[in-house]
Every structure is written in C-alpha cells, then in structure tokens.
Design a protein around this ligand. Sequence first.
Ligand code: PMP
Length: 356
Amino acid sequence: MRSVRPAAPQLAGMEPYDPKYLPADALLSANESPWEVDEALRREIARAVEAVPLNRYPDPLANEVRDSLAQEFGLARDQVLVGNGGDELLFNVALAWGGPGRTFLNLPPTFSVYEANARLTGTTVVNVPRREDFSLDEQAVLARVSQGDVDCIILTSPNNPTGQCVPEEFVRELLDATDALVFVDEAYGEFSGRSVVPLLAEHRNLLVLRTFSKAYRLAGARMGYVLGDPEVIQELVKVRQPYSVDAVSQAIARVVCQNRASFADGIALTITERERVMRELAHIPGVEVFPSDANFVLVRMEGASGVWEDLYARGVLVRDFSRAPRLENCLRVSIGSPDENNRFLRALREVVEEGE
Ligand code: PMP
C-alpha cells in the first residue's frame, strides 16, 4: 500500500500535547520539584528497585501502594486507584464517564489535557468560562449542571495555569446539586494546604486526583492516584490498562509513601519561596501577578512572548501561555530552588529595564 486510510475523525486537526521542554539552567516550565529525592531515600529506592523481578509482570493494581495511600487518608483499599501519572487517571475518567452522547463540563482556562481527552473519547465538551480574575463563575456552573445532562465536571484546585483553589463551600454545593461525577484535580494540593478528601465521607459523586509528580519529586517515575467511592473506582478499573503502573515505579512509590513526612520541609520551602517570588514580582513595573496556592505563579505583562525569549536567552525556561485563549500575555513560572527563583527574578528585572 502506498497510502493509509485516515485515523479516527476526532484526531483531525488535533495538536499532540507538547510540554515545550527545552534545555536551560533554570527549568521553571513544568511545575516539577526543583529537588531530587534526598540522597538517603535514593539509596533506599535503589535497593527496592534492585529487588524487583524484571521478568515478571507487576501487581496490576499496585496493592501495596494502594494500601499505603489508603492508610494515609483513612480510607479502604477499594477507594484508591493508582495510575501511570495523574495523566493516565484523567484519561481513564474520560473513558469511563465520557464517550459519544455524554457531556463533560470544562472550566477554561484550565489544564488543556481535560478537553483533549474529551475530544479523543468523542465526549461533548461544554465550556463555562472563568471570570476575568480566573475565579469560577459558580452560578453559571450550577445553572449549567441543573440542566441535568452533564456526566462529569473537573474542578482543578489549585487550577493550572491560573493558580487558585476552588472554595470548599462551592465544592459542597456542587456535589449536592448534581449526580455528575465531580472530579477534583488536586495535583498541586500539597502546596495549598487544603483538600476536599474529607468530603468523600459524605459524597459518592466525588473523585479526587493527586500525584507524586510535584510535592513528592517523582515526575520521572509516573505515579498518580485517585480517591473515591468504591463503585466509581471499580468503573475505572474496568477501563484501565492492566499493567500501566510498572514494577519499578511501584517500588519507588512504596519507599516514598513510607517516607512521606520527610517531604514536608521541601513543600514548606516551596510555599515560602512562592510568597517571596510573588512579593518581588509585584514590585516589577508592568508585571501583574495572579494569586497562587500552587508551586507556580501566573504573570501577565505586555509583550509576554518576547519576554519569554529574553528570559530563555538568560538561561531561564518558563511556560509561554500568551497564545492560549484568555491567557494573552501570560507566562507561568514554576517555583524553583531559591537560587533558580533569584535567577528568574534577576533576569526578568533586566528584561523589563531593557524594554523601558
Ligand atoms: N493535573 C494537573 C492540573 C496537572 O497540571 C498535571 C501535570 N501537568 C497533572 C494533573 C498530571 O500530572 P502527572 O501525570 O505527572 O501526575
């Protein structure tokens, strides 16, 4: 054959996800932890990985990791599911709660993967845009779900890329107002000090996503998890790939789970640094800073895509959102180590002074 028939129609015109990763001295574009896992823990991980039989399939459901997480949150094993990063679980929810004839309520600007997953699975996407300040239009969301056709809604708390948490009162109100699956994405939850996990006790339509990629420094190992009602989890088990969470990642996550407390200092330092970076940004002329509960901040300034280039020329990689809808002139900057943050602030001051 000298030709191939077209792929599924929903792929037409779709751009593959591109994290726009480039080499740089200060990597502040992907909201990763700036720090490696501590030396002693890395040694423990190395021992655990060495003991993994590579010729055998892994435990499909990673039950030891599930049990550690269940214990941590005071839940049962069947209320926890782990995935190949939070990304896999987001896709599983799109498979299980979406599909042709089903409706997903999206709250842009937010994480672009949600809408892409909905489109891939043939799910109808209904958008309720955020307000000018990126807070949720709560009344519009409630009005839309009251029509009764929404199957799934994702609340991102803190939201990526805008940075703020959803008020818990609103999550409660929404959970009471609809039987749609309310999926609260807390990928950055550890940096906000808040969580809706306690609401699981009263609400069967709540599902919460968390990840080891950010606060637990394991973006490279791919390990995320959801917490929810056993029946919801069981539906996700039906659509997941049996061995998506490999044995090496399971071994790594087991060690990290057992040592979660040791990550508290890094989380606290990120929060302190976030507050400092926001304070310093507020003093740079022409830079608007949005409040953040996460390990990144969103800034808006004239000529942001040129600023992105000038920062990159100074060795600082941030994420350019200036071409994304509603995010014109916006850059998202991850909170790095104190040195990286200083480097970013210094570079930005220089760029702004040069432009004056
Ligand atoms: N949710 C949000 C809002 C994110 O920003 C990310 C990471 N970009 C994820 C989920 C998934 O992260 P991971 O697959 O690394 O767990």
